[in-house]
Design a binder for this molecule. Structure first.
Ligand code: DX5
Ligand code: ZN
Length: 215
């Protein structure tokens, strides 16, 4: 399978979001990764469903919406209506993860569970059969431009082994601190979808960077 490259618009210039998304599409991006933060689950605030709705109008690429918000079930309808293609939730953000994932599916969207660096892969065990995506955070969620946490590679390998047995169609994604230097290690460890913010938006030639990252 071809590696999926998903630039994170957290590193975009928010005053030019439409142009930035189109620039990524023209550079060969596969998905657009949209980081939603509420200032409660994480110490940062980004944007809500209106941004997803507006981005939906300027690109035909799948929108990979990563919710870093407390009790995400409250906002599932708004994000599925806004045009998310993939909607992922942090397992630490709720006690109702399975119910939330089921609701996302019921609303016609692909769903996924995300684990932060301190959360073990075993936290995904029961959710994996429902998930279209399982995402391993390789930085603590909240900010772009952080350093890749190497232990994510062990977690990716563990997740891949579990996925192959209990949910073979689930896509393994990695997010945080990925660049041209370490992307190969992440792919080797099992990552099939790669989120990268600063490495792609900060590149003088995003097209070349995406090509090289895809390998
Ligand atoms: C972090 C976000 C990431 C972030 C990645 O909380 O979930 O998607 O934008 O940015 P880089 O690639 O710069 O680490
Ligand atoms: Zn993200």
């Amino acid at each position: 399978m071809k590696t999926i490259i998903a630039p994170s618009i957290l590193s975009a210039d928010f005053t030019k979001m439409g142009e930035e998304v189109r620039r990524m599409e023209n550079s060969g991006a596969d998905w657009i990764h949209c980081d939603v933060m509420d200032g409660l689950f994480v110490p940062n605030i980004t944007f809500g469903p209106k941004m997803i709705k507006d981005i939906r109008k300027v690109t035909s690429l799948p929108l990979d919406v990563h919710l870093m918000i407390t009790e995400p079930i409250r906002y599932v309808p708004q994000f599925t209506d806004a045009g998310a293609d993939y909607l992922t939730i942090q397992v630490e953000s709720t006690d109702r993860a399975a119910e939330t994932l089921e609701l996302i599916k019921k609303r016609g969207c692909k769903c996924g569970a995300v684990i932060s660096p301190d959360t073990p892969v075993s936290a995904l065990m029961e959710l994996l059969p429902i998930c279209d995506i399982a995402l391993v955070m390789s930085v603590h969620p909240g900010f772009g431009g952080q350093k890749f946490i190497e232990n994510a590679l062990n977690k990716l390998k563990e997740l891949q082994a579990m996925r192959d047995i209990i949910s073979p169609n689930c896509i393994i994604e990695v997010d945080g601190g990925i660049n041209e230097q370490n992307v190969g290690d992440a792919v080797k460890a099992g990552a099939e979808a790669i989120v990268a913010g600063s490495a792609i938006f900060g590149s003088p030639d995003p097209k070349a960077t995406i090509l090289r990252m895809r390998g």
